[in-house]
Design a protein around this ligand. Structure first.
Ligand code: PLP
Ligand code: ZN
Length: 418
């Protein structure tokens, strides 16, 4: 926390001290999301000339994080997820390089662990008895897991339609789970009301200013790993693809780039491409039509990729900035393309991704097909969640397995046919 200089409102640009305000700008309500600002010289002198190694996880980058020195990181180790090159997929798509940052390999199997680790530490700083969040599933599972690792109580609001595996995680970790008969937006509003009423600490995305700070560590790790795994004279990566629901991950990825640039660790600013489901394309629409996201009304979101189903993206202002400032783009993919991307990505790389994560690969393919990126592109995909989170959707995109009696003749019959 010692390197934090203030919290700046994304609407009025007013800067608050961290002890002045808990979540959002008092003058701008729930839209007045705050951005954490740092003393980069202090960070730089703490870190030195090399970006810390990614293998130790997200807290290797602690000088960049808004947490008090005396609060320990949760024992469940977050981050340090693998970066792997995918040469077969790169060749098939016709790009120079393709890298996969597999954040499904976090302790609760999604990138949300990075934010929830920070939430638990902030709750400890404040001595909060209960931490709450609304979630499409993964943020909640991450919060419940981190909370369990330190013995913290949680109350979780998720849409009743959330995939079974995500609800199972919540219950197994011992969270108090409220299945809301409504959308994620309904769950979000209800959770904010409850946290106000009962004084619970709120982890909500695009509301709590510290969540994007946790998520930005994926960018630090990515660049540390790229510099280790690529030749020293390799030209910089040109594009980062990330799927977008509320827009907090893309904002965090962008914040990570700005932090790296400010401390001299970024070789070149890549273009950020935000991938949205066609049925939940609030930000894509706003970007294409140059609409003001402060006044654009919510849409009715409907997609198989539950983790990016958001009728009113909470972090829409920062998400739009991430794409605009990096000269990037938004792109949409259909549910069919998302489902088809699950086995295509798995078979081309070994990474099994949930729909919202595979959407990133689907968006990459579409960007190649539409000429948004060309043969010189050197691309990294942020893969956000494990395929085991939603097996029902995964099964929709693969054929049935063959059932046979336990007899060799049955095997022969099949292979003689082939
Ligand atoms: C939350 C989530 C996203 C989208 O992140 P936002 O911050 O809501 O844009 C994408 N993929 C997975 C697996 C997620 O859990
Ligand atoms: Zn403000």
């Amino acid at each position: 926390m010692k390197n934090v200089t203030g919290l700046r409102c994304v609407i009025c640009q007013k800067v608050y001290q961290p002890d002045e305000v808990l979540y959002v700008c008092p003058d701008h309500g729930n839209e007045g999301i705050l951005e954490v600002e740092y003393d980069y010289e202090a960070i730089k002198s703490e870190i030195g000339d090399t970006l810390p190694d990614a293998s130790e996880g997200m807290f290797a980058y602690r000088p960049f994080l808004p947490v008090a020195d005396d609060i320990p990181a949760p024992p469940l180790v977050v981050g340090g997820t693998p970066l792997q090159e995918a040469p077969r997929l790169a060749q098939a798509a016709g790009v120079a390089e393709l890298w996969l940052k597999d954040d499904g390999r976090n302790p609760t199997a999604s990138l949300k662990d990075r934010a929830s680790a920070i939430a638990i530490m902030k709750a400890q700083e404040l001595g909060a008895e209960i931490v709450t969040t609304a979630s499409t599933g993964n943020a909640a599972a991450a919060l419940a897991g981190m909370a369990a690792s330190v013995g913290q109580k949680t109350v979780i609001f998720v849409p009743a339609s959330a995939p079974a595996a995500k609800i199972a995680q919540l219950l197994v970790y011992g969270a108090t789970v409220l299945l809301v008969e409504g959308t994620y937006g309904d769950a979000f509003d209800l959770c904010l009301q409850a946290s106000d009423k009962f004084g619970w600490y709120s982890r909500n995305t695009g509301y709590n200013p510290y969540m994007a700070e946790g998520k930005k560590t994926v960018t630090f790790e990515l660049y540390a790993q790229l510099s280790q795994q690529r030749a020293a004279d390799a030209p910089p990566v040109t594009h980062l693809f990330v799927s977008v629901g509320d827009g907090c991950i893309i904002s965090g990825v962008h914040k990570g780039l700005r932090d790296l640039a400010a401390t001299g660790f970024l070789p070149q600013v890549p273009q950020i491409v935000g991938v949205q489901a066609a049925g939940s394309a609030y930000l894509y629409d706003a970007w294409v039509n140059e609409e003001d996201v402060l006044t654009k009304p919510p849409i009715a979101a409907n997609t198989v990729a539950d983790s990016i189903s958001a009728g009113l993206p909470r972090d829409r202002i920062k998400a739009m900035t991430a794409v605009r400032q990096t000269n990037g783009a938004f792109i949409t993919v259909s549910d069919e393309q998302i489902l088809a991307a699950i086995p295509a990505l798995a078979q081309g790389s070994g990474v099994f991704a949930e729909p919202a994560s595979a959407a990133t690969y689907a968006g990459f393919l579409k960007a190649v097909q539409t000429g948004l990126i060309g043969p010189d592109a050197r691309v990294a995909l942020i893969l956000t969640g494990s395929g085991l989170k939603d097996v029902t959707s995964a099964m929709k995109s693969v054929g049935q397995a063959v059932t046979i009696p336990p007899e060799i003749t049955a095997v022969e019959r099949i292979f003689n046919h082939l």
